[in-house]
Design a protein around this ligand. Structure first.
Ligand SMILES: NC(=O)c1ccc[n+]([C@@H]2O[C@H](COP(=O)([O-])OP(=O)(O)OC[C@H]3O[C@@H](n4cnc5c(N)ncnc54)[C@H](O)[C@@H]3O)[C@@H](O)[C@H]2O)c1
Length: 341
């Protein structure tokens, strides 16, 4: 298939592009490149792509495409809280516009990168499956719910949206993010000797390796239409349903000499959900996630040491919000995160 991959220069997109290519697909990227230079280690070989803002996509960008994988977004809660209107403009309105254009162009499958954050304040220890009530607690998660609803309205006999509700990702990507929990805790442990948890450690936070997300998208791309059409899937594995305190313990084991410090200063995080991942395994027989949290912590510690993660990189270049603030202060992007040049 000829696949349009939006967000191909992000953390997940950089890992996903080679997985799709290896599966035999022709990948074309689309990204505004906000983090294109935020690289740890050798610069990745990106697939052919266009530097386009999602808000400016036209019919030309989806012409001749068989499937769209839509990752491009302002991708976390702090970014959403900083500028809720911008989050809705990019994550919601521009995403739905892209989907409409894709449908008009005859694109048959649209894999949407949603999130388990849609369950938000699910609370409790029960497993939440895809039909659980959605209780988003941030503009970011709310934007994902709105897109799922609007894509559902667009689905028909020829256009199949699929809602991939990913757990929180971890693992090395050349376009690293240090602002997601495992990547963050390993980096802090290496740089300071402390596995620093600011919450009280009790929230459930299901995790999934970036490579397993990429494999799941590749599997959903080639699954029979009736298995995935207009369906939501939690992407991850029950093994990696862990509390933040458990994640911290795994990190302390992976980074020798590091000790866990739970300050509790931000209190109990309302975002807590423990997830049932069985629907996707049933829909796509043979698929399962391969990476454990412990393996990911070891992989990250190795990559950080090998590529020389610095405190500047950890706090600025690989932290999405800090990087965008710096780009804005330097005048490189305007207040709507468009390039000024
Ligand atoms: N990383 C996770 O833990 C996780 C978990 C669940 C869902 N997701 C979703 O997966 C997707 C990818 O996440 P990620 O971790 O790779 O994030 P990321 O921030 O690393 O990548 C997002 C990409 O989108 C691009 N982008 C942002 N605004 C754009 C715009 N207006 N026009 C064009 N491109 C734009 C950025 O340049 C970037 O390359 C997002 O939709 C995110 O919500 C991520």
């Amino acid at each position: 298939m000829r696949v349009l991959l939006t967000g191909h220069q992000g953390y997940l997109g950089t890992v996903m592009a080679p997985v799709l290519t290896a599966a035999g697909h022709e990948v074309v990227g689309l990204d505004s490149g906000l983090f294109a230079d935020c690289v740890l280690g050798p610069r990745p070989a990106d697939p052919p792509g266009r530097q386009v803002d999602l808000r400016d996509v036209t019919a030309e960008h989806v012409a001749g495409v068989d499937a769209v994988i839509h990752l491009a977004a302002l991708s976390n809660d702090p970014l959403g809280a900083l500028a809720p209107d911008l989050t809705y403009d990019i994550n919601h309105h521009a995403s739905v516009r892209l989907a409409r254009l894709a449908r008009e162009a005859g694109v048959r499958r649209f894999l949407y990168a949603s999130t388990c954050s849609v369950y938000g304040a699910a609370g409790g220890d029960d497993l939440v499956a895809e039909d659980a009530p959605l209780r988003p607690v941030t503009p970011y998660a709310e934007s994902k719910v709105r897109v799922e609803d609007d894509l559902h309205a667009l689905s028909d006999g020829d256009f199949s949206p699929v809602y991939m509700r990913n757990a929180t990702a971890f693992g090395y990507s050349p376009r690293l993010r240090a602002d997601i929990v495992l990547n963050n805790l390993v980096g802090h442990a290496l740089l300071s000797g402390e596995v620093l948890v600011l919450s009280d450690g009790t929230p459930w936070r299901p995790l999934v390796h970036a490579v397993d997300i990429a494999r799941a998208f590749a599997a959903a791309l080639s699954a029979p239409r009736e298995a995935v059409h207009d369906r939501a899937f939690n992407i991850g594995s029950e093994t990696n349903n862990v509390t933040v305190a458990e994640i911290a313990e795994q990190v302390a084991e992976a980074v020798s000499g590091a000790r866990v410090v739970i300050t509790g200063e931000t209190g109990a995080d309302p975002r807590s959900y423990r997830v049932d991942f069985s629907r996707f395994r049933a829909a796509v027989p043979g698929f399962d996630c391969e990476w454990t949290v412990k393996q990911g912590a070891l992989e990250l510690a190795d990559a950080y040491r090998k590529h020389g993660l610095t405190r500047e990189g950890f706090e600025r270049r690989f932290t999405r919000l800090a990087h965008l603030r710096a780009a804005s202060e330097a005048g490189a992007v305007d207040e709507t995160l468009r390039w000024r040049r």
